[in-house]
Design a protein around this ligand. Structure first.
Ligand SMILES: Cc1cc2nc3c(=O)[nH]c(=O)nc-3n(C[C@H](O)[C@H](O)[C@H](O)COP(=O)(O)O)c2cc1C
Length: 202
């Protein structure tokens, strides 16, 4: 069973808890259990959110992949603070992660890109993510152009494509409970590097 508030004090590492819940989500028959809302700060200071897929939790970072010229990447270049939200409805669980995003090492992006289906690899070259296009026919012709360019050769990772890792400063675990008396357990990173835990009223 995943931990509840009653056992919180015995879990000092929120990544351990995250891992348990993430696996419950993936094994629970939920579509897109690895999807998370990524909220950035737009260049005009307003929030800006979209779904991306969590591909790994490595070296204390929540990792996703995207186009480095996309809206989100341009926003992250100006302001690296983000919030990630996971929601697994059938499990009645939410996780909120506040942290700072930075680009992954190039070799990590290239290694992950190499595992993607060829169609997605070609698509990463063809799509100028977040830029206006005149029509889908234009996009299809760019796909055809890159398919012809790479023919049967391996598709390299585009320079404008790669991963980000989010290092958390705060992680909140929310469990839905009857009468809206939901459990909220917060982990905050102290300046010592330790995680401080607290409970919040629902
Ligand atoms: C289930 C789902 C998963 C997605 N996964 C990704 C992803 O991993 N990376 C990505 O760049 N966009 C992903 N998208 C598309 C984004 O939501 C978004 O449309 C795109 O990244 C452009 O966002 P931006 O203009 O804010 O940069 C996903 C969308 C959905 C609905």
């Amino acid at each position: 069973m995943p931990p509840s508030n009653a056992s919180t004090n015995s879990i000092r590492d929120p990544f351990e808890w995250f891992d348990t819940w993430f696996k419950d989500g993936l094994n629970g028959g939920l579509a897109n259990a690895d999807a998370m809302t990524l909220c950035t700060i737009a260049l005009d200071g307003r929030p800006s959110a979209r779904i991306v897929l969590l591909k790994a939790v490595e070296d204390g970072k929540f990792c996703f992949f995207t186009n480095y010229e996309s809206r989100k990447a341009r926003e992250l270049a100006a302001n690296p603070f983000v919030t990630l939200i996971f929601f697994w409805p059938t499990l009645n669980r939410q996780i909120r992660v506040d942290g700072t995003a930075e680009k992954l090492l190039r070799e990590k992006s290239e290694a992950y890109f190499a595992t993607r289906p060829r169609g997605s690899q070609v698509g990463a070259w063809a799509s100028k993510q977040s830029r206006e296009i005149a029509s889908y026919a234009d996009l299809e012709s760019r796909v055809a152009e890159f398919e012809a360019k790479f023919k049967d050769a391996p598709v390299p990772c585009p320079p404008h494509w790669g991963g980000f890792g989010v290092t958390p400063t705060r992680i909140e675990f929310w469990t839905g409970q009857p009468s809206r008396l939901h459990e909220r357990v917060v982990y905050e990173k102290a300046s010592t590097g330790d995680w401080k835990t607290s409970l919040l009223s629902p």
